[in-house]
Design a protein around this ligand. Structure first.
Ligand code: BG6
Length: 486
């Protein structure tokens, strides 16, 4: 069903995110007839260029990002008719009156401002939107991570944006929440009777969340070097996944009902600080190595610098201190230049309490539920079964394997497709509320402080490996191992 007609302004309209993700996502929704033809998509950035120049850049970006060339050929011109461009500088008055007049030409569209810029100018942009009275009438603002680099800077940004927009107009995007498997976690947990009775410390031994990427820092070195994997990935994506696994059943899918439950999880995380960061965290930085069938440079070479203490890999052991989860570790790890691109959540159930089988039947592997976010999104439930044949009773682990693409025969949409339309619909459920972002920083800040105080540097790991061996030791100390990818 199409959404209401909208005006979407993308600040940072020539940037990487706009070109690689936002515009292709909009195009796909347009090609699926979900975007009304009267809608307007306005790219905004500092540089001067004509509408036609901008449309050409968008056309090239779509050509790279959209696989379905036939749909592209059929629909791209109609889509580009919605697209235009305005040069604007957030720190300078010029052009803002015209920009406001352009938006005010239409008064019945949903109005969305997407701030795909450096957070340094969020505040300037919001101030000018207010000056030109563009923040009213149900306008919405979307802000991208990083929302600050620690608790206090996040508060400043939230205060400044909050001075212009009400909380229910602010969509803090975490694109991991738009991934199909993450939403499927809600379906799996709360639309089935099977899992919820087992979803607790009595039946679950531990949880693993891995987000591994094969890419390095690419062109984003200047940003990344001031952030590192803890701020770039753990503070938002991995903690959000943890919340979705650990939260109590919300009373409904209402945005505040879901976000209240996630917030409670963040509040129950056991602090990691200078006392325990040495045991509970490992940080690493990639060196040159064999990766992607060739050889990949190290982080410092990618960065063009001679030294840096920024981590490109983190593994840590988080604990959710409440009745449901006490004693169940959540092992989190994420890194760049890993051997494979894989994101998954592994729920490792406990061993059976007693075996009636004799030793010749083989060992019994505890049940395991693997939720694969990418690639090949799906769910695998590992069960024990009898190996076929008339011989003795031999046991073997086999997966019940559901690939979403096969089960539903449809292509999995990109997270931004869902999230952008949710913004237009005004549905905040999959966006982070202010208090969630701040609670996440409150947990992250002491880890950063402990690392800063430590005399150790991130441990080196070769590109194309699973991170420093200390991350293996982190989990093996507890008598457990990282899931090997099945
Ligand atoms: C972004 C991070 O939020 O997520 C990037 O800033 C990272 O460093 C990206 O590469 C990963 O997203 P995805 O969807 O490719 O797993």
């Amino acid at each position: 069903k199409p959404v209401a007609a909208f005006d979407l302004v993308i600040f940072g309209g020539t940037g990487d995110l706009a070109m690689r993700k936002l515009l292709p996502a909009l195009f796909r929704r347009f090609a699926d007839d979900q975007i009304p033809l009267q809608s307007r998509i306005l790219g905004v950035a500092r540089e001067t260029q004509s509408d036609d120049d901008y449309r050409e850049r968008v056309r090239e970006a779509l050509d790279k990002a959209v696989n379905d060339k036939q749909t592209l050929a059929d629909k791209v011109d109609a889509f580009l008719d919605l697209v235009s461009y305005r040069p604007l500088d957030a720190t300078n008055d010029e052009g803002w009156d015209d920009f406001a007049a352009l938006l005010n030409e239409v008064d019945d569209h949903v109005r969305v401002f997407y701030l795909s810029t450096s957070p340094r100018i969020f505040v300037d942009i919001c101030r000018r939107l207010k000056q030109h009275d563009l923040n009213g009438r149900g306008a919405r603002v979307v802000i991208e991570k990083p929302i600050g680099h620690d608790y206090s800077s996040a508060t400043e940004i939230n205060d400044a944006v909050g001075a212009v927009f009400d909380e229910n107009q602010i969509f803090r995007i975490d694109h991991y929440l738009g991934k199909e498997t993450v939403q499927n976690l809600l379906a799996l947990r709360f639309a089935n009777v099977l899992f919820e009775p087992l979803w607790n410390a009595a039946h679950i031994d531990h949880v693993q969340i891995t987000v591994a990427e094969t890419v390095g820092v690419e062109q984003r070195g200047p940003y990344y070097d001031t952030a590192g994997a803890l701020r770039d990935m753990v503070q938002n994506h991995l903690l959000q996944l943890l919340c979705m696994v650990a939260m109590e059943p919300p009373a409904s899918l209402d945005s505040d009902a879901v976000r209240d439950e996630k917030l409670k999880v963040l509040h129950t995380l056991k602090p990691i600080n200078a006392d325990n960061a040495g045991q509970a965290t490992v940080r690493g930085q990639y060196r040159a190595g064999a990766a992607n069938g060739g050889s990949a440079p190290g982080y410092l070479e990618d960065l063009g610098q001679s030294s840096s203490d920024t981590e490109t890999f983190v593994a840590l052991k988080a604990e959710v201190c409440n009745w449901r989860w006490a004693g169940v570790p959540f092992y989190l790890r994420t890194g760049k230049r890993m051997p494979e691109r894989v994101s998954e959540i592994v729920i490792q159930f406990r061993d059976i309490p007693y075996s009636i089988f004799d030793a010749g039947s083989g060992s019994i592997m505890a049940n395991k539920l693997v939720l694969r976010l990418q690639p090949d999104e799906g769910v695998k439930l590992w069960l024990m079964a009898k190996y076929p044949g008339p011989g003795g009773l031999r046991l073997q682990a086999v997966p019940l394997d559901m690939s979403f693409a096969e089960a539903f025969g449809v292509q999995q949409p990109d997270a931004y497709e869902r999230l952008l339309l949710d913004v237009v619909r005004g549905n905040l459920t999959l966006f982070m509320r202010r208090d969630e972002v701040e609670a996440a920083w409150r947990w992250i800040d002491p880890i950063l402080a402990a690392w800063e105080r430590s005399t150790d540097s991130p441990r080196p790991y070769a590109a194309g490996t699973w991170g420093p061996s200390a991350s293996v030791a982190l989990i093996e100390r507890d008598g457990r191992t990282w899931h090997d990818g099945d």
